[in-house]
Design a protein around this ligand. Sequence first.
Ligand code: FEO
Length: 133
Amino acid sequence: MALIKWDAKLNVNVPEFDEEHKKLVQMINSLHDAMKSGKGKELLTKILDEATDYTLKHFVHEEKIMVQYKYPEYKEHKATHDEFAKKIVELRNLHDQQRLPSNQMLNTLNAWLINHINDVDKKYSPFLIKVMK
Ligand code: FEO
């Protein structure tokens, strides 16, 4: 069973970002499934790497669009991306050293993604929807 069920309430209504957020949710669900079915560390590491890479690429994409359209809250938004990118690297290092409880990365990714979409990403919706028409 999926850990996160996509809900239309998570839409930011910028189609390319909604697609990327859905993909991130799918990746977190894959990680959850792999953990629940006791898949080997190698597979977990592979899925984790894909999820972290995709998250970082998504940040770069959002930042590019925010700069392109001169989003007024770009700096604040980018700061939250940078902070999380640092956190992912820290957790990833702990995972490599086998010092991270297996579900901590998953819970961190899950909680952060949902909170970030709801509290930070949604703030750009009215602005970007207007300027990207
Ligand atoms: Fe969708 Fe700001 O990350």
